[in-house]
Design a protein around this ligand. Structure first.
Ligand code: ATP
Ligand code: PMV
Length: 446
């Protein structure tokens, strides 16, 4: 039997940088672009003992990873080793898959200590919008999951948060596959909280740094207002295989450890929505920014001008809250929505100027201004997340006419500016991780 879970990508509409600080929040939207993970048992012949997990991402070349796993001593959890099966060139590592597997199996082994974890085959399928499609794309049986024909490291990401959606869907699918519904179910608030806690820990460990975690929160809960967890929470977990790792992961996921180690992330879904008849769409600006360097520089400015930056961030927070309130007002007022976006953009440009970081670079200012002023159905837009040259997000009237006008506008714009801006198919969506019908994937990429 196949178990499948999908999780959405994200767009941080408001609160980039601010959301790194628990004093502020981020307004994050889940997207219709999802990553799906399907888990199936591997049948072994009678008497044959196999401890292997075979992970495949069939839309990419050389994207299969085989892992051995074993329970370690002194409650160190499940140790996962990549097996050297393929020739070296085809044998890249996937830290997000490897870490998510080790964390999920460790948690399962501590919940069900006397159960043997059976081998499984795990398939990853990503909606096409996560990667810019090369001209040479070949067609497959399903247009939802294109065969990209390149190695994962050669695919061009569009910045929709593939690693967070992957880790979340992967963790959710493994937990759903091995744990009884009485202990883990995505249908319950407790199940979603457990998935959130485990996926945050695994994603953070694989990334090697503590971001705000807004991307994992969106992958689990979908569209929400997010306040981050205290970073110290995850520094206590330690390395897989070290004595007591399983006990620490269990307490972290079930959130029943010491008071000082309780989750303090806040996710509020109440009222945050996309107004009726409107859509949130993204344009890929096919350029790319160095998020790590940008975060470092903004935080350096925050430290060096503590009072000035606090005043600006408080103002920006108020503008972000006003946008969230306008979005959920129940009535659609394009002018008010437009003004809410403009207020945010002015402060973002100010933050960019003061920190010396191109958060809304001139090219993006021109593009956003031209779209807002030139296309009737565009209420407003911003550079999402860390900003830079990656993408823009627009709130538009959800009709064919507006989409066609934007397409025409972009063709002209790209020709004039010699740039490459493309409207993505992904739209803002409210729902987070969900269990899928495992049967719908049969026959795909086999
Ligand atoms: N379809 C996939 N199959 C297997 N692994 C994937 C897949 N998509 C993403 N990954 C994993 O996630 C990594 C990309 O994560 P990274 O954090 O660099 O990008 P991202 O999450 O898309 O970035 P951003 O936050 O800018 O949207 C890949 O190197 C790979 O390890
Ligand atoms: C700058 C930051 O606040 C947002 C980065 O967002 P994105 O990866 O550009 O979508 C970092 C974070 O929250 O982890």
């Amino acid at each position: 039997m196949a178990t499948a879970v999908s999780a959405p990508g994200k767009v941080l509409l408001a609160g980039g940088y601010l959301v790194l600080d628990r004093a502020h929040t981020g307004l994050v939207f889940g997207l219709s672009a999802r990553i799906h993970v399907v888990v199936r048992d591997i049948d072994t012949s009678a008497g044959v003992e196999l401890s292997e997990m075979v992970v495949q991402s069939p839309q990419f070349r050389h994207a299969s990873w085989i892992y051995g796993y074993r329970l370690t001593e002194e409650l160190g959890g499940v140790h996962v080793t990549q097996l050297q099966r393929a020739p070296p060139a085809e044998h890249s590592r996937n830290p997000f898959v490897e870490t998510a597997l080790a964390y999920a199996l460790t948690y399962i082994s501590s919940v069900l200590p006397s159960t043997t974890i059976k081998p499984a085959s795990i398939t990853i399928l990503a909606d096409n919008d996560y990667y810019s499609q090369p001209a040479s794309t070949t067609t497959t049986t399903s247009s939802q999951f294109t065969d990209f024909g390149v190695r994962l490291q050669d695919a061009h990401k569009t910045g929709l948060g593939s690693s967070a959606a992957l880790v979340t869907a992967f963790t959710g699918a493994i937990l759903s596959h091995y744990l009884p519904a009485s202990h883990f179910s995505l249908a319950s608030a407790q199940g979603r909280a457990r998935l959130h806690n485990l996926a945050q820990a695994a994603h953070c460990a694989a990334q090697g740094k503590v971001g705000s975690g807004f991307d994992v929160a969106a992958a689990v809960y979908g569209t929400c207002v997010y306040r981050r967890f205290s970073p110290s929470l995850l520094s206590q977990v330690g390395e897989p295989g070290t004595p007591g790792f399983a006990t620490r992961v269990h307490a972290l996921v079930d959130d029943d450890g010491d008071a000082a180690q309780r989750w303090d992330a806040e996710v509020s879904k109440g009222g945050v929505t996309i107004p009726a008849g409107m859509a949130l769409v993204m344009c890929d600006v096919d350029c790319g920014s160095q998020t790590v360097g940008m975060v470092k520089d903004v935080l350096a400015w925050r430290k060096q001008d503590a009072a000035g930056s606090k005043a600006l961030w408080d103002e920006l927070q108020a503008c972000n809250d006003a946008l969230a309130a306008t979005l959920s007002a129940g009535t659609v007022d394009l002018e008010r929505l437009g003004a809410a976006f403009e207020a945010i953009r002015a402060r973002i440009r100010e933050m960019g100027k003061r920190s010396g970081v191109p958060i809304e670079p001139l090219e993006q200012t021109e593009l956003l201004d031209a779209l807002t002023q030139g296309v009737k159905g565009v209420a407003g837009g911003v550079v999402p997340g860390a900003g830079g040259y990656d993408a823009i997000v627009l709130l538009i009237k959800d009709d064919e006419e507006t989409l066609a006008e934007i397409e025409t506008f972009l063709i002209k714009w790209c020709a004039e500016k010699k740039s490459n801006v493309k409207l993505l198919g992904a739209k803002g969506e409210l729902e987070g991780a969900r269990e899928e019908d495992g049967a719908r994937y049969s026959g795909l990429f086999e």
